[in-house]
Design a protein around this ligand. Sequence first.
Ligand SMILES: NC(=O)c1ccc[n+]([C@@H]2O[C@H](COP(=O)([O-])OP(=O)(O)OC[C@H]3O[C@@H](n4cnc5c(N)ncnc54)[C@H](O)[C@@H]3O)[C@@H](O)[C@H]2O)c1
Length: 440
Amino acid sequence: MKIAVIGTGYVGLVTGTCFAETGNSVTCVDIDKAKIEKLKSGKLTIYEPGLEKLFTRNQKEGRLHFTTSLEEGIAAAQVIFLALPTPPGEDGSADLKYILGVADDLEKILKSYVVIIDKSTVPVGTAEKVHAAIAKNTAIGFDVVSNPEFLREGVAVDDFMKPDRVIIGTTSEKAKKIVNDLYVPFVRQGNPIIYMDERSAELTKYAANSFLATKITFMNEIAQLCELLGADVDMVRKGIGSDDRIGKRFLFPGIGYGGSCFPKDVQALAKSSADANYNFRILDAVMEVNEKQKMHLIPKLKAYFNNDIRGKKIALWGLAFKPNTDDIREAPALSIIRELLAAGAVVTAYDPEAMDNVKSLLADKIVFAERQYDALVDADALIIATEWSEFRTPDFTHMAALLKNKVIFDGRNLFDLVKMEELGYHYESVGRRPITQIND
Ligand SMILES: NC(=O)c1ccc[n+]([C@@H]2O[C@H](COP(=O)([O-])OP(=O)(O)OC[C@H]3O[C@@H](n4cnc5c(N)ncnc54)[C@H](O)[C@@H]3O)[C@@H](O)[C@H]2O)c1
């Protein structure tokens, strides 16, 4: 099938590449000239494990093309995916200017029947708005389908190639058949393609992300309580996770969720609810708790240094909002950096993939270390903000030689408490107590 993907970011590039991989001819469109030039020259614009191999192969075999021209991109396309940004507007609602802007442009250039598939995360009713925008001045037939995307950055290619489920929101039988044909190769193991109406599909995405953000936040609150009551959140996590109804996944406490999706999607669902005169109270609590949780380590760090961290050199491992991505949108590490700088500390950071993105944001406000251990030289303490695999079993002896103080504040609970005690580190994490306190 001939496919156009409008918006070539994290979702668009993975979507385009994976559809090319199943034999379709795909053209990805973006307004960012530099991005398109780079992709055309065979270089990836994002870090995403497993993407490069598919990207290179499909580009070489002539199934994957890039352009800045919408008209060229959609020429002869039977299907047009919208993978455009839906950032939060000032009032928290999803800003639809990118989606509706492209809809306005499409209206002028459609030549024959096409299925327009919205992959962006959008509020209920957006498919109708897109339909209305395009239908204004064209007599050409088309359908608008809601097909929310559930891929996770860091495992996006796997998620796309083997999705847990595909949600297709459409009331058009013609569009349903076309979209079904596109997705059948991805669900050969029997995972479901679930059909529903457009509105339910749009809400499904917000419900999924808000539920997951709530699950994380619930565990972060349990972790807070563990610290106050002297329980260990790892034990509680295992204790509740073995109940099938709760499940083991997404129960790890930490320094809050970030990224380009959870924060904006929870906010947008709360706003949609308010607009519908429904007070979705749990979402307000989730947002409030998560903001506080990002700062969880700061009072602990300050208390360790008698509430004065002016001039203290703090090493920071991890900048990305989660491992295996270079995405720093809403990353807890950025909130921590802001707080440390405001309190007069000096920050040296290391991240395997996200440093370039932070450099373009913070320039010379912090120091960037070339390598993981370089960040530790003469540091008064280390903060861990992202659970990259390479941080999990570091050389603690080497670290002790580099650090000024053997002090670690770990926002991702990477290390064993007993081991850290034996190694002589002052080690604080989230919802767990140092072993010496257990017999208090
Ligand atoms: N990133 C994720 O993990 C993820 C997962 C599921 C769903 N989503 C949703 O998918 C959507 C896209 O997210 P993303 O992370 O890929 O965003 P992104 O910012 O990485 O990419 C969006 C791209 O669209 C381009 N663009 C903007 N206006 C354009 C226009 N008029 N024409 C062509 N291109 C244009 C931008 O230049 C950018 O490259 C959002 O609604 C997001 O909520 C994201």
